[in-house]
Design a protein around this ligand. Structure first.
Ligand code: PEP
Length: 246
């Protein structure tokens, strides 16, 4: 049985005062079937761990190197040192804004594992790629290139995030989500054998309280990576509840 996961990505949002939202989430009863993860900006990780209760705290990126001359970057060891237990890697905003390739992502994933961090690896197509019928080929090559051979369901979570659904309020049809998640599952079992069934596959892109239940009804959707709706405790709690009930 895969334990479901509700993961929040605060992106470049959040000041100290916003930790009150996390505190409110932590005060709610823990869901029975669902793990919870919040990835605030790096500046808040240490303070977030103090109020998060049993909600895991993660980073939004790490460098592949352990230390060195990389101004502005943060290593996996630094994330672990300040209390993070997970890190989002290969988010489309990092791939676009920072030119991250699948090889970059794979190196970061290995760095995350070496510090005991759960890697949440993001993949997903642009609208142009979807319209050109390239979605599954792209997803296959992103999975092949971004996951080192020693990936397991315990050290890695996959987040399928169609770029055109992120922050747009537009989501794929349930059939489109089903097609891609099923393809990801098959790709994982082809490569990793039975272990391929152990990976959680999250959907991400405009998940809201209003659409969460229908998204979570799709096979092989083991949870969500949530941006905007993770910033407010009430919205994220509604998504957690929908996932736990699915
Ligand atoms: C994201 O950035 O990972 C994301 C899914 O954002 P949103 O939920 O705001 O679309």
């Amino acid at each position: 049985m895969r334990r479901k996961l509700a993961a929040g990505n605060w992106k470049m949002n959040g000041l100290g005062a916003d930790l009150a939202e996390l505190e409110r989430l932590a005060a709610a009863p823990a869901p029975s079937q669902t793990g919870r993860l919040i990835c605030p900006p790096a500046t808040l990780i240490s303070r977030a761990t103090l109020v998060a209760g049993d909600i895991a705290i993660g980073g939004q990126d790490c460098h592949a190197a352990q230390s060195g001359a990389h101004t502005g970057d943060i290593s996996a060891e630094m994330l672990a040192d300040c209390g993070a237990s997970a890190v989002i890697l290969g988010h489309s905003e990092r791939r676009e804004d920072h030119g991250e390739t699948d090889a970059t992502v794979a190196a970061k994933v290995a760095a995350a594992w070496s510090e005991g961090l759960l890697a949440v690896v993001c993949i997903g197509e642009s609208l142009a790629q979807r319209d050109a019928g390239e979605t599954l080929a792209l997803i296959g090559s992103q999975l092949a290139g971004s996951l080192p051979d020693t990936a397991t369901g315990a050290n890695t979570v996959i987040a399928y995030e169609p770029i055109w659904a992120i922050g747009t309020g537009r989501i794929p049809t349930l059939e489109q989500i089903n097609e891609v998640h099923e393809f990801i599952r098959t790709t994982l079992t082809d490569r990793f054998g039975g272990e391929g069934h152990a990976f959680r596959i999250l959907y991400g892109g405009s998940v809201k309280p209003e659409n969460a239940s229908e998204i979570f009804s799709v096979a092989n959707v083991d949870g969500a990576l949530v941006g905007g709706a993770s910033l407010k405790a009430d919205d994220f709690q509604a998504i957690i509840d929908a996932l736990d009930a699915a």
